[in-house]
Design a protein around this ligand. Sequence first.
Ligand code: FAD
Length: 160
Amino acid sequence: MDSRQFRTAMGNFTTGVTVIVTELDGQEYGMTANAFMSLSLDPMKVIISVGENAKILSKIKESGKFSVNILSADQQELSMIFAGQIKEPRKVDFDYLDGKPVIPNALAQVTCDVSSEYVEGDHTLFVGDVTDLCLEEGDPLVFYGGRYCSLAKEEQVVYK
Ligand code: FAD
């Protein structure tokens, strides 16, 4: 078992794509992330996982707040910007919800206050108390096997 095998195995887990955003001293910082989960319904809590080398790590620790923005299929470019896959700096405009920066037109904007953090291996897990939400209609951006994909509507089966 090596780390490449582990990455390949984890890449077989299909996810949506989010951009985590925080703000410190009037400056917004974003990072693309798919290590995101809904943790608790009552009270509403989510978890994100941030790598130890990510610049946003210290910013979230200091600001104590973040937003999770679930991207739509037509927001792949934003994912690439905030993953450093597009190298040239781009100007990104943010909206604000509950005093926290959010990505305009994301399928869901979820604002959080950090309630606890746990260092595990080379990542830090942040548990966030959800403070506000905003929803948009649309199809999600999907990530599978290290590639961006979208849902093929005609092949969808709906289970109830
Ligand atoms: P930075 O250089 O600080 O930021 C990354 C990019 O965002 C830079 O190009 C920067 O210019 C741009 N940027 C930041 N703020 C702004 C702004 N205000 N305006 C305009 N541009 C801005 N890593 C994890 O730790 N956890 C995960 O769950 C995770 N999931 C991922 C899922 C996917 C699909 C992908 C592609 C990557 C994922 N990553 C994850 C990796 C992570 O996105 C990259 O390592 C990221 O670039 C690291 O951020 P940084 O803070 O080190 O880099």
